[in-house]
Design a protein around this ligand. Sequence first.
Ligand code: ADP
Ligand code: MG
Length: 192
Amino acid sequence: MDMNEHLQIRTFKKTGHIEVICGSMFSGKTEELIRRIRRAEIAKQRVNVFKPKIDNRYSEFSIVSHSEQSFPSEMIENAEEILEKSFDTEVIGIDEAQFFDNNLIQVCQALADSGKRVIVAGLDQDYKAIPFEPMPQLLAVAEYITKTLAVCVICGAPANRTQRVTKSADRVLVGAENHYEARCRLHHFVQE
Ligand code: ADP
Ligand code: MG
């Protein structure tokens, strides 16, 4: 196949892409994901939203923002399940992406390669301000990146970090609002 033939075949196929929404807790990631998914629905596109099983804080059947907006979602254990369940889907939303393993990267790539729009929201740093896999890798391969900021509860500055305010050394402590606060760089500290 020469170059022109190859391009012709590609012209008939719709191209997909990956959008990442990242930031600290309370920064509006879930709100932004819901906003984009609702717009896709208005455009009559087939949408499907997924979240990891670990995040059953408010609902098993929807993603819910701290401002109490919600959208129906499916709870899954492994990233691979998204492939099986997205055959007919045009727009795929994934919330709390930091709770999936690194397979999520290949899953998102495969979905985008097959012409789908993939919107992934997740924490880019853990409570120690360490990059939270698989978000860094997803940011590297995404076409579009949105970084959301919360409001620092101490000084009101834009907050890029999540402060854990209860004592626990586990990376994941779901539960969750009472355990965390949005903080800026100056007012964030790591407990020993
Ligand atoms: P995320 O998914 O990033 O944790 P959400 O979309 O669930 O964020 O919630 C964002 C909402 O959280 C804001 O619109 C606001 O109503 C609320 N909120 C509570 N505390 C803060 C804060 N410190 N800074 C910004 N928004 C906050
Ligand atoms: Mg959220």
